[in-house]
Design a binder for this molecule. Structure first.
Ligand SMILES: Cc1cc2nc3c(=O)[nH]c(=O)nc-3n(C[C@H](O)[C@H](O)[C@H](O)COP(=O)(O)O)c2cc1C
Length: 369
């Protein structure tokens, strides 16, 4: 049930599959006889100098996947690799605890809750804890229909039933960790009267379906640091994000977990980059599984990519060592891809290195350059 919670998407999982398939549908075109003795993947993302333009995407309840360390393991691995960690508002570890874990730069993901006082309070806490930026997620007016979860009788925190007990019993190590560590809950809101029983209940009481652009502008005013809007798919919406003062537009379909049959994010990127026209940064997530995918996204206009499942699989398999391994794989693949492309710096990954197999004209144009 825990694997399916990470792995699954909404409805028929069309968007989930397409996110990865469409990376495969883009080809890389390479230059020969270039000096690639030094490959420099460093970049500046949301005002922070990072060793590579890869962000750990916000994912709720990391202690579900590793009850002992959870978000603390992710924060440490991100810091080890010199990468930005964007912590979910629904994290199972408080932002103060995560902040104490490492000095690495951290971003806080937020929603506009019904209780605006609660929003202001959590922003003040994020500021006090040294978070450098906030990310407002806007593709979640309601939770997506992820059918694997009810099929597995899965909830956060997990409820004991014949179904869930049977699944947990075949993972005794996990069960032991779960039973001998504090209960998994939305730790940032644990102080609210009565505590937060289930994340779904919390979402149902606090998610505000009346949220509009006015509220996004309000959120911008509440935070004086870098501000990104996550879950954008339309060029006109991207332009509006920049107009209201966002520093970055985060192109995302929530990893195929919200609106099914939404396009793959890589197909949305170029028109959005054209609309933003350098007035802000662009972050893309959804389906990044290889270093070559990162190169393609950067070439098509992203300033950075974010990854969700790749680091969660590592976390679930092996804790902090697993997250480190996932990041080692991705960063070394990015470096190898850049060397093979004949491009030694991130800024050199331009439109001319990528062609959509469905668009033979682009390929011949780029090859003729
Ligand atoms: C288990 C899981 C939990 C997630 N929780 C959140 C969340 O709390 N807030 C949010 O903005 N996005 C959340 N996301 C979406 C990710 O931030 C990101 O958009 C997505 O995982 C990227 O796709 P990828 O998993 O293919 O890399 C979650 C994704 C997963 C897989």
């Amino acid at each position: 049930m825990v694997f399916d919670y990470i792995d699954g998407g909404a409805d028929d999982e069309i968007t989930l599959r397409r996110n990865t398939e469409r990376f495969l549908g883009h080809e890389l075109l390479w230059d020969v006889l270039r000096d690639v003795s030094t490959i420099d993947t460093s970049a500046n993302v949301l005002g922070q100098a990072v060793s590579a333009p890869i962000i750990m995407a916000p994912t709720a309840s990391s202690r579900l996947f590793n009850p002992r360390a959870g978000e603390r393991a992710v924060a440490r691995a991100a810091h080890t690799h010199g990468l930005l960690y964007s912590v979910s508002t629904l994290a199972s570890t408080s932002i103060e605890t995560i902040a104490q874990e490492t000095p690495g730069p951290k971003v806080f993901q937020i929603y506009v809750w019904k209780d605006r006082g609660l929003v202001r309070e959590i922003l003040q806490r994020a500021k006090a804890a040294g978070f450098v930026a906030i990310v407002l997620t806007v593709d979640t007016p309601v939770a997506g229909n992820r059918e694997r979860d009810p099929r597995n009788h899965f909830s956060i925190p997990p409820k004991v039933s014949a179904h869930t007990a049977a699944q947990a019993l075949v993972r005794p190590g996990y069960l032991f960790d779960l039973a001998t560590t504090p209960p998994i809950r939305a730790e940032n809101f644990a102080h609210i009267a009565g505590g937060v029983g289930s994340i779904v209940d919390f979402i149902n009481t606090q998610f505000d379906r009346t949220v509009t652009w006015r509220d996004a502008a309000w959120m911008r005013e509440q935070w004086d640091g870098a501000f990104a809007i996550k879950g954008v798919g339309r060029p006109s919406d991207a332009a509006q994000c920049i107009d209201l003062g966002a520093d970055a537009v985060w192109v995302s379909n929530h990893g195929g977990r919200q609106l099914d049959t939404a396009p793959a994010t890589i197909d949305l990127l170029k028109p959005i980059a054209d609309a933003v026209a350098g007035r802000g940064q662009i972050i893309l997530d959804g389906g990044i599984r290889r270093g070559s995918d990162i190169a393609k996204a950067l070439a098509l206009g992203a300033n950075a990519v974010a990854i969700g499942r790749p680091y969660l699989w590592g976390l679930a398999a092996l804790g902090e060592a697993g997250v480190n391994r996932a990041l080692d794989i991705l960063t070394s693949e990015l470096q190898r891809t850049m060397a093979l492309l004949g491009r030694s710096r991130i800024a050199a990954l331009g439109l001319d290195i990528v062609a959509d197999v469905q668009d033979a004209d682009t390929r011949s144009r780029h090859l003729d350059r």
